[in-house]
Ligand binder design. Structure first.
Ligand code: AMP
Length: 191
């Protein structure tokens, strides 16, 4: 177990990824990099990129790969990310983004890619009850469909690279957190 953390968290929207990411980042002294948070900040600032991204997010669609790769490339190159390590939440979401991330980190590699696994019916119920501003029924369904279509192929991509770890996301927040820590520590021992 050495060096700063380099981790990707995967999971359907509503799997508890964001909450666990904040706690894990604290535990490992790493930066929590959420591309959704970065985009929402750009929307709030009213930048040109934010305006365009905001429309896409409201529909539940994905922001184009080149935009996302540019944002993450810039963020990971900053000295704090290099020094403290990172936990990516919401990126990559497509195979093209995953390939770009691999290239960006080379010759280094991720420690692990952790998939927080929660069944589709369960996340659908959770998302409907949490009511974030961009959580209309239509946008929820669109995001879940896009996850199956665009993001779940990443599971195979990372499995082929020997980086994938699956953690059961059902149970209390503390139970899931404990499982995540055990899985991440074991993966870092191996890496
Ligand atoms: P999140 O907070 O991760 O659920 O992201 C909210 C929204 O931001 C998503 O529904 C997408 O519209 C957009 N977004 C965030 N990250 C990405 C990404 N890596 N690729 C494309 N779109 C993204």
């Amino acid at each position: 177990m050495s060096g700063p953390l380099k981790l990707v968290l995967l999971g359907r929207q509503g799997a508890g990824k964001g909450t666990q990411a904040v706690r894990l980042a604290e535990r490992y002294g790493a930066l929590h990099i959420s591309t959704g948070d970065m985009l929402r900040a750009a929307v709030a600032e009213g930048t040109e990129m934010g305006r365009k991204a905001g429309e896409i997010m409201d529909r539940g669609d994905l922001v184009p790969d080149e935009v996302m790769i540019g944002i993450v490339d810039e963020r990971l190159a900053k000295p704090d990310a290099v020094e403290h390590g990172f936990l990516l939440d919401g990126f990559p979401r497509t195979v093209a983004q995953a390939q770009a991330l691999d290239a960006l980190l080379a010759p280094a590699r991720l420690d692990a890619v952790v998939n927080i696994d929660v069944p589709l019916d369960e996340v659908r119920d959770r998302m409907r009850s949490r009511g974030r501003a961009d959580d209309t029924d239509e946008a929820i369904e669109r995001r879940l469909a896009l996850y199956e279509e665009q993001t779940s192929p990443l599971i195979d991509h990372y499995e082929a690279e020997g980086l994938l770890v699956v953690v059961d996301g059902l149970g209390s927040m503390d139970e899931v957190f404990d499982r995540l820590v055990v899985a991440i520590d074991a993966a870092r021992e191996r890496s």
